[in-house]
Design a protein around this ligand. Structure first.
Ligand code: KIV
Ligand code: ZN
Length: 512
């Protein structure tokens, strides 16, 4: 029987470390539910000691998710580990993931510790974590730039203390597939008790090799767990992309010969959900989940596909959850059909009042847009969630004027702490005008780092989804807004980003 390859998803922890990708508790719960639906083995739900918001999110996810193991990251100290254990208390299956840097550079310059001190701290951390769970993962941070003899000492010692998973981290994306795979192989051969742990790979994509390195870690190094994120989300160039790993191992089963527990039909819905919540658009040519991943433009290819699909297709779009913008609902659809579609999409609104409010929004949208697709429903539910949380600002309405030779003008109405505010502004374009109008009242002092618009579905009737990334005093946040009118979507995205900048529960920097 083929070995099982454990899929460890860290979208909610390492993925969230992307600038501006921080998520609210409710957003994290939605993603965690989707990961469970996809049958991910382990969900790293956050870093409990990083912020009260992270702690609460892990706690909530631990009590809701039943099928996947829930994990919290923690530095190698008692306080972090106790906090992780507290957050994970309700989980049916829990894992504490503790780490400390082992490379000479990190030990000397960052930790200012001697190798012996690091060794001792790693041992203590694993010993302490074992008081709370028998599923303990240890990562030597910057492992791929660490001295092999020292790594052998540390990893042998932590396995002896009861670490059940050893995660060989390529923290800065420095590894090269063959070398990385061989390092792992050598560690497993040299460490006498290496067979007492499952070996894992954790690769960053700085040189575009995270997926290749992870797979080399599996095939050469014998790893049986891969750490990855949806859409390869993660700071800098991101992490190993879950969808690429899963589809590579599955499509080339002849070579990898490994068992996977993943329900691949949930891959595209997961990709869309993460993209929509974080505001990180998926590039069109991205493998598996990009809009063009299954599009054949050349005549020769199209002809081949029509004769036999496998001439140019190694995977089928429908298998990974592409539904070709299947029309789901329209103007005449009733509340029950809407509610049923929400359930099919795995969206659980908490009360009938929320269902009613979302249905009212659906009707409004259906009046303006003849065909409503799943993507529209997802955007609508996100909007609805924002309307009901404790955000300071809510969009109400706008009017806008652009004319050749005239300075664009916008009048925006929004609520601030429940009070209606009307503002006006000009700008060098309609978006600049709405930002200036809102800022004339809010005086945010924020800098706009990124503005992007994407059509949620196809056709000119599609809703536009706008992402605005703002920075202020070292904080970076993404705001997302959707509407058939992209100027309205921009106003919603700007207000959503301002809400995040104001939020007290948003952490400054989730990283270590
Ligand atoms: O990249 C890294 O080293 C990490 C560790 C905490 C595993 O994310
Ligand atoms: Zn990482």
């Amino acid at each position: 029987m083929a070995d099982k390859l454990i899929i460890f998803d860290t979208t909610l922890r390492d993925g969230e470390q992307s600038p501006g990708a921080s998520m609210t508790k409710d957003e994290k719960i939605r993603i965690a539910k989707q990961l469970e639906r996809m049958k991910v083995d382990v969900i790293e739900a956050g870093f409990a000691a990083a912020s009260p918001g992270d702690f609460e999110s892990i706690k909530a996810i631990a009590s809701i998710i039943k099928d996947s193991t829930i994990c919290s990251l923690s530095r190698a100290n008692d306080r972090d580990i106790a906090r992780a254990a507290e957050a994970l208390q309700a989980a049916q299956r829990k894992r504490i993931h503790t780490f400390i840097a082992t490379s000479p550079l990190h030990m000397e310059k960052k930790l200012r510790m001697t190798p012996d001190q690091v060794l001792e701290q790693a041992i203590q951390a694993v010993r302490y974590a074992r008081n709370f769970t028998d599923d303990v993962e240890f990562s030597p941070e910057d492992g791929s730039r660490s001295d092999m003899d020292f790594l052998c000492r540390v990893l042998e010692a932590v396995i002896k203390e009861g670490a059940t998973t050893i995660n060989f981290a390529d923290t800065v994306g420095y590894a090269v597939p063959e070398l990385y795979g061989n390092m792992l192989k050598s560690l497993r051969e040299r460490i006498p008790n290496s067979d007492k742990a499952i070996w894992s790979v954790h690769c960053h994509n700085d040189l575009g090799m995270a997926v290749a390195n992870s797979l080399a870690g599996v095939m050469i190094g014998g790893a049986r767990q891969i750490e990855c994120t949806i859409n390869g989300l993660g700071e800098r160039a991101g992490n190993t992309a879950l969808e690429e790993i899963v589809m590579a191992v599955r499509t080339r089963k002849d070579y990898f010969d490994l068992q996977l527990g993943i329900d691949i039909s949930q891959i595209v819905p997961a990709s869309k959900l993460v993209s929509q919540i974080t505001g990180f658009a998926v590039q069109p040519n991205k493998a598996v989940v990009g809009a063009n991943a299954f599009a054949h433009a050349s005549g020769i290819h199209q002809d081949g596909i029509l004769k036999a699909r496998d001439t140019y297709e190694i995977m089928r779009a429908e298998d990974v959850g592409w539904t070709a913008n299947k029309l789901v609902l329209g103007k005449l659809s009733g509340r029950n059909a809407f509610k049923q579609r929400l359930e099919e999409l795995g969206i659980e609104l908490e009360s009938e009042t929320e269902v009613n409010a979302a249905f009212a929004r659906f009707k409004e949208l259906a009046d303006r847009k003849a065909e409503i697709f799943d993507e529209d429903i997802l955007a609508l539910v996100s909007d609805e969630e924002h309307a009901h949380n404790n955000d300071a600002f809510h969009y109400v309405s706008l009017s806008q004027r652009s004319e050749t030779g005239e300075l664009p003008f916008a009048k925006v109405v929004f609520t601030s702490e429940g009070r209606e505010v009307t503002c006006e502004g000009n700008g060098n374009g309609p978006v600049d005008a709405i930002v200036n109008a809102i800022d004339s009242k809010v005086q945010s002092g924020a800098e706009l780092l990124l503005f992007s618009v994407n059509a949620i579905t196809t056709g000119t009737q599609s809703q536009g989804e706008v992402t605005m990334r703002l920075s202020k005093a070292g904080r970076i946040v993404n705001g997302v807004g959707a509407d058939p009118d992209i100027v309205v979507a921009s106003a919603k995205a700007y207000l959503s980003a301002l809400n995040k900048l104001q939020s007290k529960t948003e952490k400054l920097n989730p990283q270590i």
